[in-house]
Design a protein around this ligand. Structure first.
Ligand code: FES
Length: 109
């Protein structure tokens, strides 16, 4: 959870290169994306590792900081289009001050 005093800013990069920016103090990347209405992130299962509709790609420098997908995430992600070593389920990434400025990419196209 973020510190509550200052919201964390996250960017969601679309296929056309544009970025939707959002801010929040708490929750996951998925909940922020759904609140923003980011196309390509649906969060159908509500963050319970059961749908794969919150798939994002994280750049190599950021994946080193936040970590690769867990084995449970990989079980969901390996059948998703665009699965790669940079894939994460955005519902499994909790917002924290350390993520301020993170930009994730919506896979596909
Ligand atoms: S919202 Fe379903 S796996 Fe992330």
């Amino acid at each position: 959870m973020a510190d509550g005093a200052r919201p964390v800013t996250i960017g969601f990069r679309h296929h056309d290169g544009t970025i939707s920016w959002g801010q929040a103090n708490a929750g996951s990347l998925m909940t922020l994306a759904v609140e923003l209405g980011v196309a390509g992130i649906e969060g159908q299962c509500g963050g319970y590792l059961a749908c794969g509709t919150c798939h994002v790609h994280v750049s190599p420098d950021w994946i080193e900081r936040i970590g690769s997908a867990t084995p449970d995430e990989v079980l969901m992600l390996e059948f998703e289009p665009g699965f790669s070593p940079l894939s994460r389920l955005s519902c499994q990434i909790e917002l924290s001050p350390a993520l301020d400025g993170l930009i994730v990419t919506i896979p596909g196209a």
